[in-house]
Design a protein around this ligand. Structure first.
Ligand SMILES: [Zn+2]
Length: 84
């Protein structure tokens, strides 16, 4: 699946605006440390920015916010399940 953002994103490499495309790509990330018994592995779709000008691929704070939001939601649910 390929989506192009309507917002003009500035390239983290060359600084060009309007040449950056967004490709949604699945990524695995772990919540919690390796020795944490409650650690959880998530698969999440994050927007990967690809610059048509310099071919740089990068992720920005949107990806971080998505991961953060998912981790927080999961942590909240886990707490609620434990206290129930
Ligand atoms: Zn660039």
């Amino acid at each position: 699946m390929t989506e192009v953002d309507e917002v003009l994103i500035k390239c983290a490499g060359c600084g060009e605006k309007g040449k950056v495309e967004t490709h949604w790509s699945p990524e695995l990330f772990q919540y919690g440390t390796d020795d944490d018994p409650n650690k959880q592995l998530f698969c999440i779709s994050i927007p990967v920015r690809v610059c048509r000008s310099c071919n740089l691929q990068f992720t920005d704070e949107v990806a971080e916010k998505l991961k953060d939001g998912l981790a927080k939601t999961w942590a909240k649910d886990t707490k609620r399940n434990k206290s129930a």
